[in-house]
Every structure is written in structure tokens, then in C-alpha cells.
Design a protein around this ligand. Structure first.
Ligand code: SAH
Length: 290
């Protein structure tokens, strides 16, 4: 006799994963900044921004200042996703890509628009998967862009089915060796993986108080930089480019301190980036072998 197991038990393997899912299903405080920025143009991001901000938004008419600030923060977050997608190389409409930890789907929709490819986003937040699928329906792309309530450590997708995979600020929730084993399984030979993440800097000597503060704020577990390269190498994923985005993200955080949507986490981000204990890294790697 087979016993019925609810979907959530199949997807969420540990109590920790249940707590992460609960956070993303219901995080009103941090969520406000993400939903208000998403409302600017319907692309909802749960990641940070890069690039040179237009500081004129801090000046001029006071009654429109916060709104102009929101637009500028959102522009920098979209620019971040553009840079990530630019690393994926030659993606064709016939290719399939996976977004590991897809949030409300912003980067996935951008990828579909850019490459015309098939997109699968996976998230352990059932709420987020539903939200993003509603967005896909509104955009009329449900045949090409789908979001799944799935665990990226164990997606159930077919081996070798993905031309490319990315993670945009999600790897701090999982064990990297388990994650890259699954990604290596999913990628076709020569397929590409792109990761944007915050990581602690081994050169600093130890985990700083500010990095621990960020972990506590999000309930995540920031990995050291070295861990990424060990886990990639162990899983036939060979880095082709590594970019330190730290200098490009600091101005975004400085700008965010002026927003009424600031959550308080701006302080440990700025402190840790400036003192060198934390880095904003983009890693691009190719799958070798079968
Ligand atoms: N990449 C998105 C969202 C980043 S927020 C963006 O750039 O907007 C972190 C995301 O990781 C959330 O959607 C959360 O549900 C997801 N996540 C965390 N652990 C996960 C896991 N084990 N499997 C799938 N998604 C996971």
C-alpha cells in the first residue's frame, strides 16, 4: 500500500528547508521592497543591483523623490540580471534553461525575452511558484516559461536536458556539493552554469560579524569563496570567468540607505563589502564530460 505524502514533504527534505520555504512564503518586511520595485514594470526581483546609480534621484522635488529612488534601485537590479544573462553565451530558441531558486521569476522572464528559449524556474516557495506562473499567464508565455514548486537539489528533470542553468542569489541556502552534483547531472555536455552570489572572503581570515548578521537576517548560510571552486571542481564544472562585482554593487547599497524601504540589512552589507570580509561574485562555468 502506498501512503500519501503531501507535495510539500516531497519537496522539502529538512526542517531547515521548511523554514526557508516559510520565509519566502511570508516575509512581509523584506518583501515590501521587492514588491514595490517589481510594480515599476512587472519584473519582480529578489536580488541586488549593480552599476552606476543616477544620484540625481536624491535631489529635486521631495514629493517624487522616493518614487524616483525606487525606479533607480529597480533599474540597477534589472541591470544585474542582464549581466548574468550575458554570461550564458549562445542560447537558441530551441534550448532549455533552468533558474535555480527562481523567486518571483524576474530573471526567467528576461531570459525568455532575450533568447526566446524554454525556461523552467524552480523554487521551494509554493507561493512564489504560483505568483510567477500567474505572471507567465499575464504575459501569455505559459507554453515557454514555467515555474515549479521543486527543490533545486533534486529537481526530477531529465539528465542532460538543460543548455544552461543559473542561480541568482540562492546558493547560500544549500550545500554546494549537493547542488552542483544536481546541476552537473542536468546540464548537457558543454552546457553552462552562471552563479551570482555573496560569499565570505577566505583572505579576510574568518567569518566577520557583518557576514553573520546577514546570515541571521535571511536565515541563510553564506559560503566561503573557496567552497564554490571546490564544489564546482568536484562536479565537472570548469570555471571560464570569475568577476568580482563588489565594487559595482556598493553604490546600489549606498543608494538603498536613502530609501524608506530600507530593511536595516544595508549596514552589514556595506560594512562587510568595505572591510573586505564579503564579496559579490559572478562565476561562469562549463560542464565537461558527460
Ligand atoms: N533568483 C531569484 C530569487 C532569489 S531569492 C531572483 O533573483 O529574484 C532566493 C530564492 O531561493 C527563493 O526563491 C527561495 O525559494 C529559493 N530557494 C532556496 N532554497 C531552495 C532550494 N533548495 N530549492 C529551490 N529554491 C530554493
Amino acid at each position: 500500500m502506498t501512503t500519501f505524502r503531501p507535495e510539500s514533504e516531497r519537496v522539502l527534505h529538512t526542517d531547515y528547508q521548511k523554514s526557508v520555504a516559510a520565509y519566502w512564503n511570508n516575509n512581509p518586511n523584506d518583501d515590501r521592497v521587492n514588491t514595490v520595485l517589481g510594480e515599476v514594470d512587472g519584473l519582480y526581483h529578489h536580488h541586488y543591483g549593480i552599476g552606476e546609480p543616477d544620484l540625481s534621484v536624491l535631489e529635486g522635488a521631495e514629493d517624487t523623490r522616493q518614487e524616483r529612488l525606487v525606479r533607480e534601485l529597480h533599474r540597477l537590479e534589472t541591470a544585474q540580471a542582464d549581466v548574468l544573462l550575458g554570461q550564458l553565451g549562445d542560447v537558441r530558441p530551441g534550448d532549455r534553461l533552468m533558474d535555480g531558486g527562481s523567486g518571483r521569476g524576474g530573471t526567467s522572464f528576461m531570459a525568455n525575452q532575450r533568447f526566446g528559449c524554454r525556461m523552467d524556474g524552480v523554487t521551494i516557495s509554493e507561493y512564489q511558484a504560483g505568483f510567477a506562473n500567474d505572471q507567465a499567464a499575464e504575459r501569455g508565455v505559459t507554453d515557454r516559461v514555467q515555474f515549479h514548486f521543486k527543490n533545486m537539489l533534486d529537481t526530477g528533470f531529465e539528465a542532460g536536458s538543460m543548455r544552461g542553468i543559473w542561480t541568482n542569489e540562492t546558493t547560500m541556502y544549500v550545500d554546494l556539493f549537493e547542488l552542483f552534483a544536481e546541476f552537473s547531472r542536468l546540464l548537457e555536455p558543454g552546457g553552462r552554469y552562471v552563479c551570482i552570489t555573496g560569499c565570505s572572503n577566505d583572505v579576510f581570515g574568518a567569518r566577520s560579524a557583518s557576514v553573520s548578521w546577514i546570515d541571521a537576517h535571511y536565515g541563510c548560510n553564506i559560503h566561503p569563496r573557496s567552497e564554490y571552486f571546490k564544489a564546482l571542481a568536484a562536479n565537472n564544472l570548469v570555471p571560464v570567468a570569475v568577476t568580482d562585482l563588489t565594487p559595482a554593487t556598493i553604490p546600489y547599497w549606498e543608494l538603498r540607505t536613502h530609501s524608506e524601504l530600507a530593511t536595516g540589512v544595508e549596514k552589514p552589507f556595506l560594512t562587510s563589502y568595505r572591510e573586505g570580509s564579503f564579496q559579490y561574485l559572478m562565476i561562469t562555468a562549463d560542464k565537461v564530460g558527460r
